[in-house]
Design a binder for this molecule. Structure first.
Ligand code: URA
Length: 253
């Protein structure tokens, strides 16, 4: 299911999502992949109402409009149990489904929506592509292809990864707490650690010993599948990293 934001003028007149200019763009993207509109269920966060002047994101009525329309969205999913993957197109739908913003960082990633029990693969909104962002059209095609492959073959897709690359100090502490808790349940739990230096990957291990490459830039940890954290080796993060390394579990570098 491809999910946009809200009907525009043409869509409101025809009671059909994406039948105006944005729909033409969407049709082109699908066509290049060899698909037709009919291969997808197409909808919007606001299934049935058009915001004044097409203004929803940041509008004073945004929250109420979305909440009023939520039952229609949910009902659409209930009536279409064959839907396996939800594709939020653009920031409004991304926020609606994943509670995240910044489609540029989230497009093409794979998530599980526990409430709807469906996969989610965000991509750009066709209107964004039409606003001169032509170089993202190929990216959107890639994202959509990924969503289709996921719908066809969920077991062949790599499971989503929760990877905190720039954690806040609080997130680093939460990771430490989660690790300690997991260790209590399973004392033989292994902590995987990886230290990055300026020369990481550029030298053989033997050469590295001779070089000044012992300056640590960051350190990454993982103690369960598909979850990892990378902390900079600086300030209070160093203490958290040391506590992880000094905890009772086995550490493997
Ligand atoms: N933009 C949307 O988000 N949805 C439509 O249906 C049309 C344009």
């Amino acid at each position: 299911m491809l999910i946009g934001e809200a009907p525009g003028e043409a869509e409101a007149r025809m009671s059909k999502p994406f039948c105006g200019d944005a729909g033409l763009m969407l049709g082109q993207v699908l066509h290049r992949l060899g698909y037709k509109r009919e291969d997808f269920l197409i909808g919007n966060v606001l299934m049935g109402c058009r915001p004044p002047n097409n203004w929803l994101e940041g509008a004073p009525w945004e929250h109420d409009a979305i909440e009023n329309c939520r039952p229609y969205f949910d009902e659409t999913l209930r009536r279409n149990p064959q839907i396996k993957v939800l594709v939020p197109m653009g920031n409004t739908a991304l926020r609606y489904l994943l509670g995240q913003s910044g489609i540029g960082n989230w497009h093409g990633t794979i998530h599980w929506h526990p409430g709807y029990e469906k996969w989610v693969v965000p991509t750009f909104h066709p209107s964004y592509l039409m606003r001169g962002n032509w170089n993202e059209i190929a990216t959107a095609r890639f994202d959509l292809q990924r969503a289709v492959e996921l719908a066809r073959n969920p077991q062949h897709v790599i499971r989503p990864v929760s990877y905190l690359e720039h954690p806040s100090h609080t997130q680093a502490l939460e990771f430490l707490a989660a690790y300690r808790e997991a260790l209590q349940g399973n004392p033989s739990l292994v902590l995987a650690a990886d230290i990055e230096t300026p020369m990481s990957g550029k030298l053989d291990e033997d050469d590295a010993e001779e070089s000044e490459s012992y300056k640590i830039e960051c350190i990454s940890f993982s103690f369960r599948e598909c979850e990892a954290i990378t902390m900079p080796w600086e300030g209070s993060y160093i203490e958290v990293a040391k506590e992880l390394l000094e905890a009772d579990g086995e550490t493997v570098f």
